[in-house]
Design a protein around this ligand. Structure first.
Ligand SMILES: Nc1nc2c(ncn2[C@@H]2O[C@H](COP(=O)(O)OP(=O)(O)OP(=O)(O)O)[C@@H](O)[C@H]2O)c(=O)[nH]1
Length: 676
């Protein structure tokens, strides 16, 4: 008989775990925690009970949303009789993207995303929604869902990343596999420190791989149990995987600094983990700090539905100090305990499938991808495909730098042999032979080209006037990010006042901090322009903006932003010069040189540094300085240019407040040739 966990059942019933435990106890079923299991029969019984109760409560009155933007609700009210109209039924083939669902419900993707956020689901426009979520949402809009496959969806669906030949495993072939753990939390709360401490204490470097190399994931041995840690901090990695339908994580450690408390990215992390239905273990970090307030953190967490066990809830909270290595074992013990309860299984005796954790082009080795094998065993010589890339596994290197022949479930491994660089989040699979993987990859590439060609025009300040004239734009949607709340509000107020009879200027989202992936995703969904005031897009956001063709404009003075928007609306924007970012460097160390000032010992992470270009110093995405480069050196020599992958010393003209960890963005202006 199948088993169900209490917290999963609670999620399905939209109740808290403690409510479910209470109900089960009423039924004389002995369960004590959210991790307890019950058999499927009992779970069905409970479901029926709850649903019956709800049906009684509702008393037959449908919960009708009064927002006028949704005409379907009116439809539903009209059709609220016995005969269900065909129009009120949508057909779904097990899952749908947000965009497709919005089309079917005839609503804007934007308002659908907001609806989803209301349900605690942070979904991107291309994210696949599962059947349950679709049903809940459809119901809100007065639609019923049937699960017949619909031809039309099949044809439109690009399937650039879908698994072909997904083999069902026989239950008897399944074996235990290690849990895959990610650490998420607000910036500076200690993710990197924690991941390093765990790695150093629990990964035994083999003799051959004495110098452990970094491959974006590692496997730790905790008292004989293995745990796989995805070592790619940042929610973006997590989201980009989920956006492609890859559920790589089994358990999330949510790290919260005890001296800082729940911060915006903590909330984001909670939303992501909850949306993915991944159990959360809270690590309350920095308890060595004199101003640590672990109890306050717990209090704050309750506001987001995470009630600590000791307060009667079902969230495990472990106080730690990553820096002082205090109670790391206690934390790991909890992680192994939760992992055990999850009963994670896979079948090692089958062709592998997995997910790309990260990938890059290496000068000497070609495309190198860190793959997390999720099921089956990946072997040298296997024909592989991931997203638009394909190839044959030429070599595999494990997290200790050792060459290996085979990698089983939950093993992170570096794979050489792809013909091009796949993207993080792409699903990897092994097919029969090279011809098959090549055909599939080529097929996907041509679909992708067609999709790119057919992509709708996005709004941009450069051709705003034209779009207004052609009646394509009636609302100018903006997303505003700034360095401090005060300036965000000021920019917002001033910009909204620019509305005219033809164009309504609307701010769809505003906030403090660097421009991130989530902002760009929201911009694509709501066809918005992103305005940064004293802040810049991070690398990830920049790449996605480029791909999705989102116009991102950054300013240092308010009047310039207003001027640009007004000019763009009147067709008078004069883009004689356009800024181009040449490269980015990371400050790894600083040196005070008498009479010269501070020199930033830096590493060029992308592009190049040009001595004559302009520099912009960023701290957490906020612009601290803009101006000239006063010196550029490689070792002792003055140089004109330094490329990606090299170290250099950079001095900034009349500016010394440079700190380790700062990012220097190198940019220049390019003349824009205008055609009449
Ligand atoms: N006192 C104290 N400091 C800590 C502890 N853990 C981390 N830190 C410090 O906090 C700072 C940030 O830690 P990181 O591990 O870089 O934080 P992070 O969350 O990885 O930050 P990002 O990578 O920037 O997102 C560093 O200066 C750490 O030394 C701790 O337990 N106690």
């Amino acid at each position: 008989m199948g088993k169900v966990r209490v917290y999963k059942l609670a999620q399905d019933l939209e109740l808290s775990s403690s409510e479910v435990i209470e109900l089960l106890n009423e039924l004389d079923v002995d369960v004590s925690s959210h991790m307890s299991t019950i058999d499927t029969k009992t779970s069905e019984l409970l479901m029926e009970m709850v649903l019956d109760q709800e049906a009684g409560d509702i008393n037959g009155t449908p919960n009708v949303d009064t927002q006028d933007e949704n005409k379907n609700i009116d439809n539903q009210e009209k059709n609220n009789g016995e005969n269900e109209s065909e129009e009120n039924v949508i057909k779904v083939d097990s899952s749908l993207t947000v965009k497709k669902l919005a089309e079917k419900l005839e609503v804007e993707p934007n308002s659908l995303m907001q609806e989803l956020i209301g349900l605690g689901i942070m979904a991107t426009i291309n994210q696949e929604l599962d059947e349950d979520t679709i049903e809940v949402i459809a119901d809100e809009y007065g639609y019923e869902v049937t699960t017949e496959p619909e031809e039309e969806i099949k044809e439109e669906d690009l399937g650039l990343n879908e698994l072909v030949q997904d083999i069902e495993d026989n239950p008897e072939d399944l074996q235990d596999r290690p849990a895959v753990v990610t650490v998420m939390g607000h910036v500076d709360h200690g993710k990197t420190t924690l991941l390093d401490v765990i790695r150093k204490a629990n990964v035994t470097a083999s003799e051959a791989g004495g110098i452990t190399q970094h491959i974006g994931a590692y496997q730790a041995n905790i008292n004989g149990d293995k745990l796989t840690f995805l070592d790619t901090p940042g929610h973006e990695a997590f989201t980009s995987m989920r956006a492609r339908g890859a559920q790589a994580t089994d358990i999330t450690i949510l790290i919260v600094a005890a001296d800082d408390g729940v911060m915006p990215q903590t909330v984001e992390a909670i939303n992501h983990a909850q949306a993915a239905e991944v159990p959360i273990i809270v690590a309350i970090n920095k308890i060595d700090r004199h101003n640590a307030q672990p109890e306050r953190v717990k209090q704050e967490l309750t506001e987001y539905g995470l009630v600590p066990e000791e307060w009667g809830g079902d969230t495990i909270c472990v106080p730690i100090s990553a820096l002082k290595k205090e109670n790391i074992d206690g934390l790991l013990e909890m992680v192994t305990l939760v992992a055990e309860m999850e009963e994670l299984k896979a079948n090692p005796d089958r062709p592998a499938n997995g997910v790309i954790v990260e990938a890059e082009l290496d000068k000497g080795r070609g495309a190198v991808a860190t793959v997390l094998v999720q099921n089956g065993t990946l072997k040298i010589g296997d024909s592989i495909v991931a997203g638009l890339s394909h190839g044959r596994v030429r070599a595999m290197i494990d997290d200790q730098g050792e060459r290996i022949e085979e990698a089983g479930p939950s093993t992170p491994v570096e794979v050489l042999g792809f013909n091009s660089v796949p993207q993080a989040g792409d699903l990897l699979q092994v097919l029969e032979d090279e011809k098959e993987v090549r055909n599939l990859a080529e097929d996907r590439q041509s679909k992708k080209r067609q999709q790119d060609l057919g992509q709708k025009q996005t709004v941009s300040l450069d051709d705003l006037f034209e779009q207004i004239q052609q009646g394509e734009i009636k609302d100018l949607n903006l997303i505003i990010k700034g360095d401090v709340q005060g300036s965000v509000e000021a920019v917002k107020d001033a910009i909204v006042q620019q509305s005219t009879e033809e164009v309504q200027v609307k701010v769809v989202h505003s906030g403090v901090g660097a421009i991130r992936e989530a902002d760009i995703m929201l911009a694509t969904a709501s066809n918005a322009i992103v305005i940064g005031f004293n802040v810049r897009p991070d690398n990830n956001a920049r790449q996605i903006a480029e791909k999705e063709k989102v116009d991102v404009r950054t300013y240092r003075v308010i009047y310039k932003a207003i001027e640009d928007i007004r000019a763009a609306m009147e067709g008078l924007l004069d883009p004689d010069y356009k800024e181009i970012v040449l490269g980015r460097v990371e400050v790894r160390d600083t040196f005070g040189i008498p009479k010269v000032g501070t020199i930033a010992g830096s590493y060029v992470t992308s592009g190049k540094v040009n001595r004559n270009a302009q520099a912009r110093l960023l701290r957490d995405g906020v612009v601290i300085f803009e101006g000239d480069i006063s010196s550029l050196k490689r070792f002792q020599d003055d140089v004109r240019e330094v490329s990606q992958g090299y170290e250099c010393g950079i001095g900034l003209e009349n500016f010394n407040d440079i700190k380790q960890g700062d990012v220097v963005e190198i940019y220049d202006y390019e003349e824009v040739k205008r055609t009449l």
